[in-house]
Design a protein around this ligand. Structure first.
Ligand SMILES: CC(=O)SCCNC(=O)CCNC(=O)[C@H](O)C(C)(C)COP(=O)(O)OP(=O)(O)OC[C@H]1O[C@@H](n2cnc3c(N)ncnc32)[C@H](O)[C@@H]1OP(=O)(O)O
Ligand SMILES: CC(C)C(=O)C(=O)O
Ligand SMILES: [Mg+2]
Length: 534
């Protein structure tokens, strides 16, 4: 069986990425995705057979070089999903994981056999702590297992990856002996994982440089990084390993994986794309599919993406602070180093909130179709800020409600100035209301059958009128307990209806505004009729 060779296995000798600017085959990095294997190992992220096929299809379309589809010995389900992914994959190498045991390796071979480009990935721990306590094997026995397992795998396929589990905590001499033995036995890829996320970038980079220099046959294999994020350095360590000569990066979509996770595929890929000046490598991944892959993995693994996650987090292309929004409106590169469409996000979003300024607010009004004069704009902006101080999320609908009310109020004869309500189970409910009626301020107190009744009676006391309440309706403009309430009041008199609206996070204030809004319309109509009659 032969396997296409997609990279020069020499992996380059440069220890400084910027010293080999320009791209060549040597600089081609292989992206090895382990979402379906290491990713699935994180608690709660198990995926069904169908879900795994969906994820694999997206990864294959996206141009990932190697898909580690699972651990076939783990279960019948894992075996079947690896086998089906192997059958369906059009471009990617399909790898399965196996311990250094013949039955694992044979099962893995059976699962990946149908792939156009199959790979067996076999591993064993090489660190003193793992060998002594976990494997309970002497180092020499581990070394023999390395040779035997790689040879067994090579009997099945030409493409064999060997990993030194807990490689970064392995004694250097022993690591080199294992690597040399694995390559001698036929391994074509050598992975030195930072299994417990313990390494630092300089240390990891130097490890690759030193191993590649010390191992005589190191030029016969591609070296690979596999980093965990226990100290939050998985991506930095991966790129450092590449600077040390590794040419395959193992990573997972959304960074899922054991404990704190693996290096995030989207972060690695976008770092290389965005900082190609200092990371001069080529990759085959279509970055515009990153968001799609992220959403799919988050959904099927039931593993939500944190809001501030790089590249695919909800806030990665969102700006709320006024100074940033102003900068973004003037030139997007002031605060964005990548375009949203380069990762498959539709557009940047300017989120309206208490940190927003006039530039962004004006832009939002334009987008919503409003064209306010200067004074009205300043009033609206002030009310928006007041609202944003009281409300966590200010949605477009909130702004629309606020402006519509502002426009409505410009023609109002009666305005709500202040309202205090005493409500609760004790009763009677009492409202103290101050209204501005044609420029004259009046205050009344009223008790009623409930706080809304008390408010309406207080209005009635200040502005006696014959209209009857025909409708009182409340709805939340948006979700959450701090949502704005939008109240509609309809008054009826002699077959004619007068409706008013009020919006406020306080339902009772919104109710008072809605009532006087409707009443104002009724009074305006009555005045007009009166004037016509006399
Ligand atoms: C760093 C990593 O991500 S490694 C991959 C981790 N992933 C997983 O473990 C997920 C899938 N695992 C499984 O389904 C199961 O653990 C299986 C099927 C692999 C093994 O199950 P069991 O036979 O019941 O063994 P169990 O999981 O309890 O213990 C692991 C055994 O494998 C041995 N082992 C661990 N790694 C290796 C290895 N690379 N090569 C050989 N043996 C190994 C352990 O020493 C232990 O052996 P023991 O039973 O003689 O003490
Ligand atoms: C199996 C190996 C590659 C692994 O996942 C690790 O060491 O973290
Ligand atoms: Mg791992």
């Amino acid at each position: 069986m032969t396997t296409e060779n997609h990279t020069d296995v020499s992996g380059g000798t440069s220890t400084s990425p910027s010293s080999s600017l320009g791209t060549s085959d040597r600089d081609r990095l292989l992206i090895f995705d382990t979402t379906l294997r290491d990713g699935e190992q994180c608690p709660g992220a198990s995926m069904t057979f169908e879900e795994k096929l969906q994820v694999a299809e997206v990864l294959d379309d996206m141009g990932v070089d190697i898909i580690e589809a699972g651990f076939p010995i783990a279960s019948q389900g894992d075996f079947e999903s690896v086998r089906e992914i192997a059958r369906r994959a059009e471009r990617a190498v399909i790898a399965g994981l196996s311990r250094a045991q013949f039955n694992d390796i044979d099962r893995c071979a059976e699962a990946v056999r149908a792939a156009r480009r199959p790979r067996i990935h076999t591993f064993i721990s090489t660190s003193p702590i793992h060998m002594k306590h976990k494997l309970q094997m002497e180092p020499e026995a581990v070394l023999q297992a390395v040779v035997a397992s790689v040879k067994r795998a090579r009997n099945h396929v030409d493409d064999v990856e060997w990993s030194a589990e807990d490689g970064t905590r392995t004694e250097f001499e022993f690591l080199c002996r294992c690597v040399e033995a694995a390559i001698g036995a036929g391994a074509t890829t050598i992975n030195i994982p930072d299994t417990v996320g313990y390494s630092t970038p300089d240390e990891y980079k130097n490890l690759f440089i030193r191993v590649r220099e010390a191992v005589p046959n190191s030029d016969k294999a591609v070296f690979s990084v596999h980093c965990h994020d226990d100290l939050g350095m998985a991506e930095a360590n991966s790129l450092a390993g590449v600077a040390g000569g590794a040419r395959q990066i193992e990573c997972a979509v959304n960074g899922i994986g054991e404990r704190a996770g693996n290096a995030a595929l989207e972060e690695i890929v976008m770092a290389i794309k965005t900082r190609n000046d200092v990371l001069p490598y080529t990759i085959g991944v279509d970055t515009t599919m990153l968001m799609r892959a992220s959403k799919l993995v988050a959904a099927v693994a039931s593993f939500p993406v944190q809001y501030n996650k790089a590249i695919v987090g909800r806030n990665a292309f969102a700006h709320e602070s006024g100074i940033h929004q102003d900068g973004m409106l003037k030139h997007t590169q002031t605060y964005e180093i990548m375009t949203p469409d380069s990762v498959g996000v539709k557009s940047t979003s300017l989120v309206m909130g208490k940190h927003s300024g006039r530039h962004a607010f004006g832009e939002k009004l334009k987008e919503l179709g409003y064209d306010l004069g200067d004074n009205a704009f300043q009033d609206a902006f002030k009310r928006f800020k007041d609202l944003a101080d009281r409300k966590k999320h200010v949605y477009d609908e909130d702004i629309e409600a606020l402006i519509d009310e502002e426009i409505g109020n410009a023609h109002e004869r009666i305005k709500v100035v202040a309202l205090t309500v005493v409500a609760g189970t004790g009763g009677p409910q009492k409202a103290t209301l101050t209204l501005d009626i044609d420029g004259d301020r009046q205050t009344r107190e009223a008790t009623g059958n409930g706080p809304v009744d008390a408010i309406f009676l207080a209005v009635q006391a200040m502005v006696p009128h014959p209209a009857k309440l025909a409708l009182y309706q409340v709805h939340a403009v948006t979700g959450g307990t701090d949502a704005q309430a939008e109240v509609t009041v309809r008054l009826e008199h002699e077959g004619k209806e007068y409706s008013g609206r009020g919006a406020d996070p306080d339902t009772l204030t919104a109710s008072a505004r809605a009532y006087v809004h409707a009443l104002g319309k009724f009074l305006a109509k009555s005045d007009r009729l009166h004037a016509q009659a006399s």
